[in-house]
Every structure is written in C-alpha cells, then in structure tokens.
Design a protein around this ligand. Sequence first.
Ligand SMILES: *Cc1c(COP(=O)(O)O)cnc(C)c1O
Length: 393
Amino acid sequence: MTKAARGRLFFANPGPTNIPDSILRAVSQGTVDFMSADFLKLYDACMDGLKRVLKTKQHIFFYTASGHGAWEASLVNVLSPGDTILIIETGYFSESWAQMAEALGIKVQTYHADWRKGADIAGLTAVLEADTAHTIKAVGAVHNETATGMALPLPDVRAAIDAAKHPALLMADTISSLGCFDFEMDAWGIDIAVGGSQKGLMLPTGMSFTGVSDKALKAHKTSTMPKHYMDWSAMIGRRHKSFIGTVPVSLFYGLAESLRLLNDEGLDEVFARHHRLGEAVRAAVKIWSGNNGPQLFCLNPSRYSDSVTAIMMPEGTNGDALRAVCMERFNVSLGGGLGPLSGKVFRIGHMGDLNEPMILGTLASVEMALEIANIPHTKGGVDAAMASLAMGQ
Ligand SMILES: *Cc1c(COP(=O)(O)O)cnc(C)c1O
C-alpha cells in the first residue's frame, strides 16, 4: 500500500475504468444456471440493450475474453489464410491489430499515418481503387486510438470505401469509444464492430463482443481460417447465440446494470458528459503547455478524443516519473505511454463512470505533481478546466 492509499483511489486510466457501485453489487450476486428462465430473460434483454448501444439491428456474438479475443474472432471468422487486410494506422492499437493478423497468416497492408495528425482519409479511395483484383478483403479501423487520444471519423472511412466501389468489409474497433461518444454500426455501414467490457461499459474485464452485419455473416460462410471456440457457425445454433462453453453469468448481471445506467442517463447525455470532461482536460493541458510544458499529443483538433487525452512530456522529462508522484502522493492513477510512446506521454482517461469533481481532482493532482517533479509548465490549468466546466461546454 502506498502512503497515499486512503480516501478514494482516483482512477483515471483509459481502461479499465471505474466500476460504479451498482455494477459491483450486480456482479456480486450468486450465480444461477445459465439455461434458467430468469437468466435467459436477463440475457435476451442484454442482447437487445447492447444492440441499441451499438445502434444495430443485426447480430452480436459474445466472447469470454478481453477485447483482443473479439479482434481475433473478427479476423478468423471472415478471412482465409493469405487474404489481405488494409489497416489504417492510428497508433499502438492499430499496430497490435496488424501484428495479430500477421500471426494468423493474414497479409497486412498498412495505410500509413502520422500518429499526431491522423490518417488522411481522402487518400484511402485511391488505394482501394488501385486494388482492382479486390485482394483486400477487409479494412481495419480503430475508432478511438487509446494510445494517442485521437478519434477516426468512421463515416468518412465508409465514404472512401464506397467511393472506390470496393467490396471490402469494414471492421471497426470501438473498444474505447462505445458508450463514450457516438458510434452507429448500421448507419455508418460497419460490418464488424469490436467492443469490450471494461471501458465505456464500466464493467470488469473479461467479456468482449462483435457486432456483425449480414454481409459479414455471409463472408463468414466461405472463410477457411481454422477456428473453434470463436466459430460463429457453432455459436449461432446455440440458445445464447454465443459461447461454446459456460456463459459468464456474473458479467451479464453487470451488463444489465450497465445498460440500465446508460439508458437512464441517456446516450446523448452520456456523450455530452464525455465531451465536457474531455474539453476540460484539453483546456488544462493547453495552459500547462506554456513555458515549454507538456502538450496535447493530438495535433488535429477535429479528431480530439472525448474518452482519453494523451499528453506529451517536455523533452528530457519522463511521464512515468510524473505518474509515480501522482500515485504515491495523491492516490491518483494515470495511464502510461504505450509502445514507442512509453515514458514520452502520460494519459488521462475520461471515460466511463466519471464526473466533474473527479476530473478536477485528477487535474489538480497532475498540476501539483508537475511542480513537485520540477517539470516546466505554466500554472492555471485547473482554473481553465473549472472555467470550461462551469460554462458547461
Ligand atoms: C483496450 C483496447 C483494446 C484491447 O482490449 P483488451 O480488452 O485490453 O484486450 C483494443 N483496442 C483499443 C482501441 C483499446 O482501447
């Protein structure tokens, strides 16, 4: 236990996220037979409720796995060995997705982008038009790059594919956007939406899912990739239309409560709250950045993420040292930099069960830690955040 381990842990990681008390109570209930009538009723309601959050009327398959498991399920169910996937580079998570595809025997073509500015979607059409033989079977897009704090405009990606009249499936990772800012599976023509439990849905880690379009289900029929535990054909014939083994009953108790919370607040209100909190964090960082202080990693304001902010440390300073001060002195947990950004950025998660005073407490702790760790910055970030929140932007 660190000496600051008293009061509330201010958990500002960009996943997992704070688990609301009512969800903790829900998952603590004793287990039941997953074929019992009461559970099936709750399960079916979860399926319908999650479809409303994904904004789809098509199919969902669940997995007892973290988000990576749902990624793998999306690849093995619709592709065949030697197929090509075009992955839009966003950062650490798009690269991880590419590595997984390669490990599975899928060819990866990367649509390169600057991690701080984001992909130029307009150029995507030409790449797809050049693929006259239609060797590209899928386009992989990370809706919210959790490592950089940048969102990708998926409707623009859809439009670029349509403009090329290319039949590739559109796979979108919505793990850190779903339940944080708008995602519309059907309206945006997403064929596979990959989601997880422990971010915007505020649940414990251990369950993930894919929203699947009719078109993707059709492609699944001819996929020859080896699969068993994640095989949609095996799942679809089962009562739960998912799960080859035991159904994780506790996580569905939690999901039912998560969906109730999202529904009671209203999805649009949930998105507005994430925007307000994201704006407050960005307002603070913009002030700190004076005097060669830490600055926003994302250089493209039209793509600021409303669920996470990555903050780049001044040259010669280390984000992990700052995080250690926050943890040890103030019981505030921040996200670190991933992959090549390790030590170079720290991240403030503002997704899930979070409100204004929680984000202000986190920002005030960071501002104190900047001073304690002798990191150059301009003071007044918290004042700017308060002003931003008071205006209710
Ligand atoms: C968290 C995250 C993942 C990985 O999910 P796990 O549940 O950790 O396996 C994938 N993509 C994005 C964008 C994420 O934020």
